[in-house]
Design a protein around this ligand. Structure first.
Ligand code: ATP
Ligand code: MG
Ligand code: MG
Ligand code: MG
Length: 484
């Protein structure tokens, strides 16, 4: 089943159940306190916290999401994308636990011919709050789920809240058991996902999170708060990972191999001459390319431009990581002009508006690749020089101030310097690098203070300009922790 079909079926299923179909909001959230839309419920927050009256009792959406906290997972777990689509159904004071469980169960397990996803009911597990008897009874008595596949957890491990006084609730998470070839059996009565065991999480794949907003919580940090009573208007908020379901239904090993991403990886193979499946490190890089190209496409599609801070910096980092991954795969020529149009064609199946902006999106992404390629070229010459003088006397350390210079003047991410250093048997003096960064921060602070008092000596900028014979290249000095 194509990913776009999973998307379509989700909306159709809930539309049949009298849900208002709400289009995906932009990735750029209206809420200035979060950079990006990170979940399907974000656009509905006012209805859930009750600050606004919802114009409908039931809604359904497939929301575009960006999660930068998952960036290091990309390509290494089977299930984390920086961009992904979260399908969700919502009830604002209408149906509650039993309704949410019924709707999700029906969609997951009804046959493909009947409009469902056709998952084997025997492979589905669910986690619940141990005191949520209502859901437990419904699952065992009405749905007929085997109690050995219901995992009951303490509040701390199963609750949801906004971190502030307001609505809170327990959750039910649907997991799909991919089978013993993906890891050991879950010990009876424990979670399909036991903390820190990545393998377990890849065997028992979390696919759908149901949130039952039932209580009002008081103040307190973390999980240290009291439940003050039941909400007047209870709510349901759910999120199904479209890509996760796609990889299960398409019989693939991970989300990067689905129809919406893999053709980009195939092109990257062709460009680089590396074969997917031959080497684990290469595979990770190819998956990073597949993921990041798509995220960049969707971000630029929603109006984000590369920059040195905030959203723009996230976009810049994604493009750079994709470009670097291609270089590490041995492809040093521009790759975005080849990869981006493929991703665009694939995503346009669900987001036809991308076609209208194809030219602009391609231009932005390709220009950013070109800028980074120039950075790499100039920086590499300096790096070689520094590395040579470091190794000459049999040294093993690349001085921190040189790493800082590469970073500050050429926009060379520190991890790139570290990796290139490792390739020639050197280790970067990270402490000295950090100290130089710190010193620069203090300098910047002092400059800002001077500016406020109107005593900035602009001569220093002029001097820099003449020394360098032109514009001072500002390539960004945001702390960059790009991996691989
Ligand atoms: P995980 O524990 O696997 O990181 P999560 O609990 O952080 O997932 P939720 O916040 O519950 O995820 O989001 C709802 C659903 O969205 C998940 O059940 C999953 O199917 C999907 N999802 C979450 N994060 C990602 C991601 N980075 N890439 C793809 N799908 C995701
Ligand atoms: Mg997560
Ligand atoms: Mg989880
Ligand atoms: Mg979850």
């Amino acid at each position: 089943m194509r990913t776009s079909e999973i998307h379509r079926r989700f909306l159709a299923h809930f539309e049949k159940k009298a849900h208002e179909v709400v289009p995906s909001a932009s990735l750029v959230s209206n809420d200035p306190s979060i950079l990006f839309t990170i979940a399907g419920m974000v656009p509905f927050i006012p209805y859930i916290v009750g600050s606004e009256k919802a114009p409908y009792d039931r809604a359904v959406s497939v929301q575009k999401c960006i999660r930068t906290n998952d960036i290091e997972n990309v390509g290494r777990t089977t299930r984390h994308g920086t961009f992904f689509q979260m399908a969700g159904n919502f009830s604002f004071g209408d149906y509650f636990k039993a309704g949410a469980i019924d709707f999700s169960w029906e969609l997951l397990t009804s046959s493909v011919d009947e409009g469902g996803y056709g998952l084997d009911p025997e492979r589905l597990w669910i986690t619940l709050w141990e005191e949520d008897q209502e859901s437990y009874d419904h699952l065992t008595e009405v749905i007929g789920l085997d109690p050995s596949r219901i995992v009951r957890l303490p509040w701390e491990e199963s609750c949801w809240d906004t971190g502030q006084p307001g609505p809170a609730g327990s959750t039910g998470e649907w997991y799909y058991d991919r089978g013993p070839e993906y890891g050991p059996d879950a010990p009876t009565g424990t979670l399909p996902q036991w903390p820190g065991d990545e393998r377990a999480e890849d065997r028992y794949l979390e696919i759908w999170n149901l949130v039952f907003d039932q209580f009002l919580r008081g103040p307190g940090k973390g999980k240290d708060y009291q439940l003050l009573g039941e909400l007047d208007q209870k709510a349901i908020d759910t999120g199904l990972g479209v890509e996760r379901l796609a990889y299960l239904l398409q019989g693939k090993q991970n989300m990067y191999e689905i129809d919406q991403i893999f053709p980009v990886i195939e092109k990257a193979q062709e460009l680089s001459g590396r074969r997917y499946g031959a080497d684990e490190e290469d595979d990770v890089r190819l998956r990073i390319v597949g993921d990041h190209v798509r995220s960049a496409l969707m971000l630029v599609g929603d109006g984000v431009r590369p920059g040195n801070e905030g959203r723009g910096y996230v976009l810049r980092r994604l493009i750079r990581r994709a470009v670097r991954s291609m270089r590490l795969l041995g492809h040093t020529d521009p790759s975005m002009p080849h990869l981006l149009p493929i991703s665009l064609r694939l995503m346009a199946e669900s987001y036809p508006e991308l076609e209208a902006h194809a030219e602009r999106i391609t231009e932005v992404v390709c220009a950013e690749e070109d800028a980074f390629r120039r950075t790499l070229e100039t920086g590499t010459a300096l790096f070689d020089q520094v590395a040579r003088s470091a190794t000459e006397g049999g040294g093993r350390v690349l001085p921190g101030d040189e790493a800082f210079k590469l970073h500050d003047t050429y926009g060379f991410p520190i991890d790139l310097t570290m990796e290139m250093a490792a390739e020639v048997g050197l280790q970067v003096d990270a402490d000295a690098f950090r100290a130089a960064m710190q010193e620069q921060r203090e300098r910047a602070r002092a400059d800002a203070a001077a500016k406020k008092t109107g005593h900035t000596d602009t001569a220093v900028y002029n001097r820099l300009l003449t020394e360098r014979g032109g514009e001072v290249p500002f390539l960004g000095y945001t702390e960059d922790t790009v991996a691989t």
